[in-house]
Design a protein around this ligand. Structure first.
Ligand code: MSP
Length: 630
């Protein structure tokens, strides 16, 4: 292998037609975990994520908001970028398919393939599904509808450009068979092989006439057509290296394309054959993970059960969320999200096992050793047990095959072993008998926690940093050298810290105060006509930021069928980030007013609790922005 080959990992680039949800967070955190682990091991890493901004879906979403597609994309991209920051995603670059260089590379590739005769113009007719932006044959349809989304299709006849994908069918089968690691998990690999072996592969229509789709990259050899959004999007993995990656390192081929199972065909078949036609080496691995359902149901806007990562991290913390996603289900299978399951994991694994281990140790070390750690190098049964576990966990195969839940299970075995070691050795008794033995025991516990911290760092970077500090290790970096039981550290001073993960009680729905009748004087009552003067609307928060110089005021851009700027005094209870994407209630026919010099064109509704804290009214199901409230 080329010594200068860096580790290159990608996520899908996300459509900017909607705000990010748990599914987007899932792929991105998974890539982050592996990127962090590889950096820890001393590899040069290029971790790429970004947004997919062309195509009909985005054009339509922009139109609905009365924006041009680029303006719309500029707003939506911020939602992804701020969420990645909040989730501690360590991406090295963020690509947008509207970047000029990306567009140029797509055109160069199209031209190259066209010149080689890999792209040809053909008359084509077929059944077209507009939402999916795909042609289907009659045979593909299920009861006359799109087999993917179940919606109506329309018959379209037109001339288009085709990438001659079919001729690579056998070469692709051979590649997948020769490289068991190419598509993972194995069940997905079998699925792709089954499909390739049983059906002739068609050619891929890579253009759309401009009158049907204007929002895309124009074909370099025919300006009457734009590029099919998937052809444009897949090229991002290649184009990014031309202008976003450090040029002193060789990155191609990618080590992992991380994707969800729904976009396996586009990657395993379209992308692989595109690369074959270009004569470029194929990626080492395409890994397709499963889907999250929510309390047993498919996540969907119409059910109103889409999990917003902002809400989860606000309530439970970033690391609890990151941990839960990868401990709860095996990466590759489908998983079910529920707050109850998340709280169980927090209380059992994080508060009890990990949190208590650290706190017990810190308390004992303070009491018996005045927080000092003396290094001992003798081998014990316990050190051997931990060393064995580290070897199992630090295995290339487990990490490269994304066996995150197994890795976490094994790390938790090490945590249990350390907890058991405390129970067995009873340091509080040893304290009275042998100070030297006590110092050894406490060193062993400290040393085990030190290694455990390195191992949990890719999953929970913030928690790892906190523990590192508590262990007195701020002067040292968290890296692979710290995975050895033997250590070059000469001494350390521990430091007590707050509970890492306070236990969470799941509250029952608070009893509503029934029967609290309020006397209302007749003259204070209003008529229905009075009420009808008030126009309340559902608003979706598109942007939020603090008003400079004010603790309380937040400036919101809200979609209520049209965009409105609203200034609200909710800054003490809410951060701007957690407001983005929420559906709120807006009084839309209030006279505009200025607050600290900033115009507010309406008011959001909120309740003030007895403690003076403000809670904003939200809509508990997905309802279109602008819907009236009565
Ligand atoms: N733009 C394309 C990808 C182009 S890559 C060259 C796209 N974007 S997407 O925004 O619709 O979806 C991105 C990812 O989110 C996919 O990997 C998809 O699997 C994932 N998920 C969407 N819903 C999901 C769940 N409910 N659960 C887990 N992941 C899900 O497709």
């Amino acid at each position: 292998m080329n010594q200068n080959k860096g580790f290159y990992i990608t996520t899908p680039i996300y459509y900017v037609n909607d705000i990010p949800h748990i599914g987007h967070a899932y792929t991105t955190v998974a890539a982050d975990i592996l990127a962090r682990y590889m950096r820890l091991k001393g590899r040069k890493v290029f971790f790429l994520t970004g947004t997919d901004e062309h195509g009909q879906k985005v054009e339509k979403a922009a139109l609905q908001r009365g924006k041009n597609p680029k303006e719309h994309a500029d707003i939506m991209v911020k939602n992804f970028k701020t969420l990645w920051k909040a989730l501690n995603i360590s991406n090295d670059a963020f690509i947008r398919t509207t970047d000029e260089t990306h567009k140029k590379v797509v055109q160069e590739i199209l031209q190259r393939l066209y010149d080689k005769g890999e792209i040809v113009k053909r008359k084509y007719s077929g059944m077209y599904c507009t939402p999916c932006e795909r042609f289907w044959t009659e045979k593909d349809l299920i009861e006359g509808k799109c087999p993917d989304c179940g919606r109506d299709v329309e018959f379209i006849e037109e001339e288009n450009y085709f990438f001659l994908m079919s001729k690579y069918q056998n070469a692709l089968i051979e590649h997948i068979e020769k490289n068991p690691f190419y598509i993972l998990p194995e069940s997905r690999r079998n699925e792709v092989l089954g499909f390739l072996k049983n059906k002739p592969l068609g050619d891929l229509c890579i253009s759309r006439p401009r009158h049907r789709l204007e929002w895309g990259i124009i074909l370099p050899f025919d300006e009457n057509y734009t590029t099919y959004v998937w052809f444009d999007a897949l090229v991002n993995y290649y184009s990014a290296l031309k202008y976003l990656a450090p040029q002193d390192t060789e990155w191609w081929p990618p080590d992992h394309h991380l994707i969800g199972k729904d976009i396996l065909t586009t990657h395993a078949v379209y992308w692989s054959t595109m690369l074959m036609a270009l004569g470029l080496p194929l990626p080492r691995n395409i890994f397709a993970h499963g889907w999250w359902t929510v309390e047993g149901k498919k996540m969907s806007k119409s059910l109103g059960n889409v999990v917003n990562p902002w809400e989860v991290i606000k309530k439970y913390g970033v690391d609890a969320f990151r941990y839960f996603l990868f401990r709860e289900v095996s990466f590759g299978l489908d998983g079910d999200f529920s707050e109850e399951a998340l709280v169980r994991r927090i209380n059992n694994d994080l508060a009890n096992d990990l949190g208590n281990l650290l706190n017990r140790f810190l308390a004992m070390n303070e009491k018996y050793m005045k927080e000092k750690i003396k290094i001992h190098l003798e081998e014990t049964e316990f050190s051997k047990e931990i060393i064995n576990l580290i070897q199992e966990i630090d295995s290339e195969t487990l990490w490269n095959e994304f066996k995150f839940n197994i890795i976490l299970e094994k790390i938790w075995q090490a945590i249990s072993s350390t907890n058991n070691y405390i129970a067995k050795t009873e340091p509080w008794k040893v304290a009275k008998e042998s100070p030297e033995r006590l110092s050894l025991i406490l060193f062993n516990i400290w040393n085990a926690i030190r290694i455990i911290t390195v191992l949990i760092y890719p999953f929970m970077p913030e928690t790892a940093e906190k523990i590192w500090k508590a262990l007195g290790l701020t002067g040292y970096s968290i890296d692979y050298r710290m995975l050895n039981w033997e250590t070059e550290i000469k001494e350390a001073l521990t430091e007590k810290i707050e509970q890492l993960f306070p236990r969470i009680e799941l509250k029952k729905e608070e009893q509503t105060k029934a029967n609290t009748k309020e006397e209302v004087k007749l003259e204070e009552l209003i008529s229905i006509e009075d009420f009808m003067k008030i126009k309340l609307k559902v608003g979706k928060v598109l942007q939020a930021e603090r008003v400079k110089g004010s603790k309380k005021l937040i400036k919101l851009i809200v979609d209520i069928g049209e965009e409105r700027q609203i200034v609200a005094g909710i800054g003490e209870q809410y951060s701007p980030e957690e407001l983005i994407g929420r559906s709120i209630v807006v009084l839309s026919n209030l006279k505009p007013a200025k607050l600290m010099g900033v115009e507010s064109q309406g008011m959001l509704l909120a309740a003030t609790g007895e403690d003076g804290k403000i809670s904003i009214l939200t809509i508990d199901r997905e309802v279109n922005p602008g819907a009236g409230i009565k």
